[in-house]
Design a protein around this ligand. Structure first.
Ligand code: ADP
Length: 324
């Protein structure tokens, strides 16, 4: 195999020469291109090829999870947490499925509130941390459950966040038997948390891929393009794109209005990258209210068009995961 074929973008440091064989390659530190590279001594020591034992333990812990789905967005405020929560709730409408939601937005955890369990705490058990159960077949884990007050700010640097994510993946006991879906809500952008979670899950066979969430606005799409660059560099499978806040339908006159300027950017982006537009979710004040109040939209507005859009998204996700 040639040097170029051995190379994976994710293990080429930014300061490495163009022909870097990759830090995890057997050739790391050994080829002529390595001469003069600031990483040569650590690469040739073999240190970069050492496998973190946590990767193996995480793969074992998550071997009872059938499908892991990351929810990503380039920008904050586009509805990524809402999509994560609603997708988890939609999947859990099927009593045959066991669903869990892991919130790795360490500095801004809003999953506990949106699920109506923000005053709950998690407890250590003999086999790890027990998650909080929202219903019989829907559980959640978030740093929010570990804080002593709702106003407490988490001001952590990269290594501490990385440790927390590692602990979530290693130590949460998702319960007896198999978990069908583990939805992972991430912070916006491509930050420490994303690198950590992708690194820890790279050997986990059940990582089905990610969903990218955006609004129709060009300013949100710009950040989705950066997110796409991240998923390509880390070889993350894209299950598809969710367009949130696509239109507003007036509850009184039923007229549809376009609140955010809509361009052809999203269609082009899907075509260029061969991604499926999984769903276009309307702006619906009842979603915002349910998430604020921690209520389940499927209980309160079961016949609403938004509930149907989300159930349809859940069906598509199940089909995609079965195909993978
Ligand atoms: P993010 O996780 O991307 O930062 P959130 O999910 O927290 O975004 O959503 C931001 C705000 O927008 C929240 O107040 C949420 O209730 C609201 N929201 C999200 N999607 C919709 C929607 N389709 N209709 C109405 N409000 C929405």
């Amino acid at each position: 195999m040639s040097t170029a074929e051995n190379q994976s973008d994710s293990d080429v440091p930014a300061d490495a020469p163009h022909a870097c064989p990759g830090t995890s390659s057997n050739l790391a530190g050994q080829v002529s291109a390595c001469a003069g590279c600031p990483n040569q001594s650590i690469c040739s020591s073999g240190e970069t090829r050492r496998i973190d034992p946590a990767l193996v333990e995480i793969a074992q812990r998550l071997s009872s999870v059938k499908h892991i789905i990351l929810v990503l967005s380039g920008k904050g405020g586009v509805g990524k947490t809402t999509v994560s929560v609603m997708l988890a709730r939609a999947l859990a409408r099927n009593p045959q499925l066991r669903v869990a939601l892991l919130d790795i937005d360490i500095c801004g955890p809003s999953v506990p509130r949106a699920l109506g369990v923000e005053n709950e705490q998690v407890h250590p058990s003999g086999s790890g941390w027990s998650p909080v159960y929202v219903s019989e077949n829907l559980s959640a884990m978030s740093v929010g459950f570990l804080l002593t007050s709702l106003e407490q700010a988490v001001i952590w640097k990269g290594p501490r966040k990385d440790n927390m994510i590692k602990q979530f993946l290693l130590d949460v006991d998702w319960g007896e038997g198999e978990l069908d879906y583990l939805i992972v809500d991430t912070p916006p952008g491509t930050s420490d948390e994303h690198l950590s979670v992708v690194n820890y899950l790279k050997n986990v066979a059940s990582l089905s891929g990610c969903i990218l969430v955006t609004t129709p606005q060009e300013i949100s799409l710009q950040d989705v393009r950066k997110e796409i660059s991240f998923v390509k560099q880390t070889n993350l499978n894209v299950l598809g794109i969710v367009e949130n806040m696509s239109i507003f339908k007036c509850g009184k006159c039923h007229k549809e209005s376009q609140i955010f300027p809509k361009h052809h950017g999203l269609r082009e982006l899907c075509e260029t990258n061969q991604y499926e537009l999984l769903s276009s979710i309307p702006i619906d004040p009842s979603i915002a209210k349910c998430c604020d109040d921690g209520e389940d939209l499927f209980d309160i507005y079961p016949d609403s068009s938004t509930a149907k859009v989300y159930l349809n998204l859940a069906e598509k996700i199940q089909e995609k995961c079965q195909l993978k």
